[in-house]
Design a protein around this ligand. Structure first.
Ligand SMILES: Cc1cc2nc3c(=O)[nH]c(=O)nc-3n(C[C@H](O)[C@H](O)[C@H](O)COP(=O)(O)OP(=O)(O)OC[C@H]3O[C@@H](n4cnc5c(N)ncnc54)[C@H](O)[C@@H]3O)c2cc1C
Length: 397
């Protein structure tokens, strides 16, 4: 392990997405930068992201894709570092990628390429990366900060905290940023796991066990917000893009409404088919819009199995539509930080500058990335926030 310099211009704590970007940007400006990481590897969430293919940005990312107590805060950074800026870097490194759903960019081969690109850029920018280094103390040291670490002491003019949120503790997530912010008098909002699957009570789950693994187009709504993306039945409850998205808006005890046939006027269809195909079973009719097996299981579950279309009364059709298009489900909870992609909530944004990310109560101390109360939708927005906040801070330190 190399020795720490006794003094540098900038120390960045946390070698994840935002910390790497900040260190690179400051390094290219000629600042001496030390990037400290407590685990034995940089960018572990980058490696596990996007199912191993890193959904590294969303080309149509706008402030509307972010949740925050102050929805205006993210605008400045997002406008100064755009998705195309990151794509330009990816192109310069010859990394192949593709667009999955409109705007969502994924590596063709592996997330490793994005991490390698950032580590190469950090090297070119002269950043010193120190792994396996935990922070023992931080004291203001006018001007700047004095740190005691497990690799030795170091002082700096600017100290950037890029230690992320609480999700996936077993790859090194900690509440370090929140604790430090509070120590310097900054407020931290309530936090909870987001972009996370729902769990269901046994009475709801057991009859749906046979559906585990089934994915179905859906519209999922809660708290006045809807997402039309697939839903996935799991052994523990519900997942899939629409459920992960809505989990950011869900609060314990709330009910979620699921439309399992979002592109279908089910009532119109059944009224028409009652005349055209009176001998068809309901399952037969539904299986043109979902798998036969899913149609069978759900019809059995909701007591419609064996219904012949010709026999359906108008009120029966109404009940069927209610079940398939307005399924109201009350999750028992979420899978929590163990599997969540992000932490919603965090350091109150009013406490830092939207231009530089410097703490208003502590000159020379900066907070970037997921530790702030800015949380993106699924689809590459969270990385875009990490790159943008890291870049803007790196220009200021
Ligand atoms: C499974 C999974 C998949 C994801 N997929 C995507 C995706 O495809 N697209 C997308 O946009 N977002 C995705 N995300 C979210 C994205 O990874 C995060 O929003 C992003 O990494 C946040 O960047 P950050 O720099 O704030 O924090 P992180 O990238 O989490 O980096 C924080 C770093 O700080 C280190 N650290 C923590 N505490 C300390 C400490 N006390 N001392 C020193 N170091 C410390 C950590 O080890 C880590 O290296 C995914 C998240 C997960 C968990």
């Amino acid at each position: 392990m190399s020795q720490l310099p006794s003094s540098v211009d900038v120390v960045v704590i946390g070698a994840g997405a935002s910390g790497l970007m900040c260190a690179i940007t400051a390094g290219y400006r000629g600042r001496s930068v030390l990037l400290l990481e407590h685990s034995n590897k940089a960018g572990r969430k980058i490696l596990m992201s996007g199912g191993g293919r890193c959904n590294f940005t969303h080309m149509f990312s706008t402030p509307a894709n972010f949740l925050s107590s102050n929805p205006h805060f993210c605008k400045s950074a997002l406008s100064r570092y755009r998705p195309q800026d990151f794509v330009d870097m990816v192109d310069r490194h010859g990394i192949e990628y593709h667009e999955k759903t409109p705007g969502q960019l994924f590596c063709d081969v592996s997330s490793k390429e994005i991490l390698q690109m950032l580590l190469t850029e950090a090297d070119w920018a002269g950043v010193q990366l120190q792994l396996n280094t935990s922070i023992e103390s931080i004291e203001p040291n006018s001007p700047g900060y004095q740190l005691e670490t497990s690799s030795g002491p170091v002082s700096c003019q600017s100290l950037v905290i890029a230690t992320g949120g609480l999700s996936i503790p077993n790859v090194g997530a900690t509440g370090f940023a929140y604790d430090l912010a509070q120590r310097f008098g900054m407020q931290v909002t309530e936090r909870r796991a987001a972009l996370v699957p729902f769990t269901l009570q046994p009475d709801l789950l057991t009859p749906r066990k046979e559906l585990a693994g089934v994915s179905q187009p859906a519209r999922v709504s809660c708290a006045g917000v809807s997402f039309k993306e697939p839903i996935l039945f799991t052994h523990r409850g519900l997942s899939g893009p629409s459920v992960l998205q809505i989990s950011s808006y869900w609060t314990p005890g709330a009910t979620v409404e699921v439309d399992l046939l979002p592109d279908l006027d089910l009532e119109g269809l059944l009224l028409q088919q009652r005349t055209d195909h009176p001998r068809w079973s309901l399952e037969r009719s539904l299986s043109e819009h979902m798998s036969k097996r899913t149609a069978q299981i759900l019809c059995e579950l909701w007591g419609f199995a064996g219904d012949e279309l010709g026999q359906l009364s108008n009120s029966r059709i109404e009940s069927i539509c209610q079940a398939f298009k307005h399924w109201r489900v009350k999750p028992s909870g979420t899978e929590g930080y163990r599997t969540a992609e992000v932490t919603i909530g965090g350091i109150v944004t009013d406490a830092v500058s939207q231009k530089t990310f410097e703490a208003k109560s502590a000159p020379g101390l900066y907070f970037i990335g997921e530790c702030l109360d800015v949380t993106g939708h699924l689809g590459g927005h969270n990385f875009q926030w990490a790159w943008a906040s890291g870049f803007c801070c790196g220009q200021a330190v």
